[in-house]
Design a protein around this ligand. Structure first.
Ligand SMILES: C[S@@+](CC[C@H](N)C(=O)[O-])C[C@H]1O[C@@H](n2cnc3c(N)ncnc32)[C@H](O)[C@@H]1O
Length: 321
């Protein structure tokens, strides 16, 4: 008899009022800024997947190749039947490169984009009927706690996609430090980190020729209109992304194409022509810079893999003993 897929759901989605409060606060400050986690409603998650398939967006295919190539070595480092935890799991595509080789005791995808997460978890459970899947809708910028924890010897936290780059470096350190109690003393971290490189490659990746990244960025304004009854016209803003060499990060902005007034819940916001809303930063790190940052947070480097063009890095860390 074949095993039945088993999937469990845990909903700790932040209250909808958080979106309202953060948009209002973000529009009141200068420069205007909205945290990138608000990109990800169901439409935003679909658009992110489409970005990953564009020719210009090298990180996804480069990281997938590294995972494929080094899955055996990763399995050797973590051993059998670990608990596999993936914050920001999105479509759970990359983890499929590890599941058959790692044979974890259970898989815990975690994401803020609830419907998209649950659909991805269902799909994984269908494809891997021997695997227990526990999908938790959470905001990982708050300290993580596990909704489910079987008695396993080791835990592996998988954090691909260079999502770590979306934190300011100090916040990235705090985020990693908060993972230590989740991983436990025998725990490990497998994390994908985009490398510093020729700015032309970065500028192309965040300004893909198909305009998918622009649509992803602008979806934030559509979301404000849909969910907060915001009175604004997304067409009067333009996607702008560039590598800021001084700060070592790609910045994404929405730039107002004219002087205009936006209205949310009776509150008015005046935008000058060319005034921007900063929607995302993606910090890039050298291998050494990242090992140092993770070291400060309490992780010891065990292995680093990079591709021949030095575009992307995959790090394996143990919790420092
Ligand atoms: C850059 S995408 C990476 C997706 C996938 N891990 C990959 O490597 O392709 C970031 C993912 O993290 C999720 N995410 C972003 N901010 C989050 C937050 N604060 N809490 C939980 N999930 C978040 C998004 O919904 C999205 O699935």
């Amino acid at each position: 008899m074949s095993a039945m897929p088993s999937v469990y759901y845990y909903d700790e989605h932040p209250p909808e009022a958080d979106f309202y409060a953060e948009v209002i606060a973000g529009f009141k400050r200068r420069p205007r800024r909205i945290p990138p986690k608000f990109f990800y409603d169901e439409r935003g998650s679909e658009l992110f997947d489409a970005i990953c398939r564009t020719e210009d967006y090298y990180p996804t295919r480069t990281e997938q190749a590294l995972l494929q190539q080094h899955a055996d070595a990763i399995a050797e480092l973590i051993g059998e039947r670990c608990l596999l935890i993936e914050p920001g799991s999105g479509n759970s595509e990359k983890v499929r490169l590890l599941l058959d080789i790692l044979r974890p005791a259970a898989y815990l995808p975690m994401d803020i984009s609830r419907d998209f997460l649950y659909q991805a978890a269902d799909q994984v459970a269908q494809e891997y009927p021997w695997l227990e899947v526990h999908a938790a809708c959470v905001d990982f910028t708050a300290p993580l706690s596990l909704p489910f924890c079987p008695p396993v010897s080791r835990k592996l936290i998988f954090f691909p996609g260079s999502s770590i780059g979306n934190f300011e470096p100090e916040q990235a350190e705090t985020f990693l430090r908060n993972l230590i109690p989740v991983a436990g003393p025998q725990g490990s971290l497998l994390i994908g980190v985009d490398l510093k490189k020729d700015p032309a490659i970065l500028n192309a990746a965040y300004n893909d020729r198909e305009g998918v990244t622009a649509a992803f960025n602008l979806n934030l304004l559509h979301r404000i209109r849909r969910e907060l009854a915001g009175e604004l016209d997304p067409e009067l803003f333009e996607h702008h992304a560039f590598y800021n060499d001084t700060l070592g990060r790609v910045e994404m902005h929405l730039v107002s194409q004219q002087a205009q007034q936006l209205k949310i819940d009776g509150q008015l916001f005046d935008f000058d022509k060319n005034e921007s809303i900063h929607t995302e930063s993606s910090y890039k790190y050298t291998v050494e810079e990242f090992i140092e940052l993770a070291g400060r947070a309490g992780f010891t480097s065990r292995q680093v893999w990079t591709d021949p063009d030095q575009l992307f890095s995959l790090h394996y860390f143990d919790v420092t003993g």
